[in-house]
Design a protein around this ligand. Structure first.
Ligand SMILES: [Zn+2]
Length: 361
């Protein structure tokens, strides 16, 4: 974006009482530096940083809205941000409208910018799911600083609405797949064995290697892409209770730095990885269906394990973590128990698309 674009955008927005926010320098990236009024009472970023929503990217965020909306949004100039509301899925127009208005009201007040636009998508036809997929709104007519402020915090829990914010072109995250089928426990030893199995299979599988060799624009120049991908592979396990509430099995989330930025190619690469078998000596680890968190829309944990409602100051829906998953339509058929491991994003920075370290969410 050029300075003249910024100027055009700034001049077309609504009246701004606050001065100085137009003085955004043209060199990006700009940190999200905007302080919101304290009386808006937004949930604070927890000590250690905000968890990252794993498994969401632009392709997934836009998967449930119609083509015409996607094409229209592609053409909207200036910084744009996709937001989705916690615990909202394929809903009625009334519900979407109500939530979008709450977001606009919050942002108008928070950024002191009455020109902010929150666009409601038309949903793709005939979509039906037994969980709540992400339904994004597009926030536009905002400055780069406002956009960065939104997407850097990622989760905004406020009195009237709790939402998650992403860059419009949100790149793939490090979550690759969830494996199961071994006799190991959900512990560091199990993680090591399963991680090594994934490393070994990717090393030997020509198709997986070719994907990396042909598509590695997300890996820094001068670094051998295969070596980089190999060293980024890690497993993070947790137990889930199977339907019936008796049997408990470990599952192993596999995190790999995405080699490529393109979400479509990334989806093909993941599809291939999920088709493979990973022998461990303790059974063959194979891919299971991804989880669907109704709250944050992560693909890496069930709703019952969502980390966000556990953060102090959360104002969204509370979930009953002790409840049996059976017969609970809000939950998948499996619920989990976490060992509470793993990292979080920093309070500042930790921008999507960069290397993220161990983040299990
Ligand atoms: Zn979640």
């Amino acid at each position: 974006m050029t300075m003249s674009d910024t100027d055009m955008q700034e001049s077309s927005r609504g009246k701004r009482a606050r001065t100085g926010s137009n003085a955004t320098p043209p060199d990006f990236p700009i940190g999200g530096t905007i302080e919101l009024p304290a009386d808006l009472n937004v949930m604070d970023t927890p000590a250690g940083g905000m968890p990252i929503v794993q498994g969401l990217n632009q392709k997934r965020l836009l998967a449930f809205i119609d083509l015409a909306t996607r094409l229209r949004w592609n053409d909207i100039p200036g910084p744009t941000v996709l937001v989705h509301v916690a615990d909202i899925g394929l809903q009625t127009t009334e519900k979407l409208s109500s939530n979008a208005r709450n977001i606009r009201s919050f942002l108008t007040r928070g950024f002191d910018n009455s020109g902010i636009v929150v666009d409601i998508p038309a949903l793709a036809k005939n979509e039906k799911r037994d969980y709540k997929p992400p339904i994004p709104f597009l926030v536009s007519n905002i400055s780069q600083s406002e956009a960065n402020t939104l997407e850097e915090r990622e989760c905004w829990s406020t009195a009237n609405v709790t939402f998650f914010a992403y860059k419009f072109k949100s790149p793939p995250t490090t979550f690759a797949m969830t494996l199961y089928g071994v006799s190991l426990d959900a512990d560091n030893y199990g993680d090591m064995i399963v991680g090594n199995a994934v490393r070994r299979v990717i090393d030997q599988d020509q198709t997986a290697r070719n994907f990396i060799l042909d598509n590695h624009d997300a890996i820094p120049n001068g670094v051998d892409p295969i070596t980089h991908i190999r060293s980024s592979i890690r497993a993070e396990s947790f137990d889930i209770t199977l339907k019936g509430g008796v049997d408990v099995i470990p599952v192993f989330n596999i995190y790999i730095d995405p080699p490529m930025k393109d979400c479509e190619i990334f989806a093909k690469w993941i599809k291939h990885l999920r088709s493979l078998t990973y022998p461990t000596g303790h059974g063959n680890a194979i891919s299971r269906d991804n989880f669907h968190c109704n709250c944050c829309k992560s693909r890496a944990h069930p709703t019952s394990m969502c980390p966000y409602p556990k953060i102090s100051g959360w104002m969204g829906k509370k979930y009953d973590y002790t409840r049996s998953p059976d017969g609970d339509a809000d939950y998948e058929q499996q619920s989990g128990s976490s060992r509470g491991r793993g990292g979080r994003r920093n309070n500042r920075g930790g921008r999507r698309g960069g290397r993220r370290g161990n983040r299990p969410y």
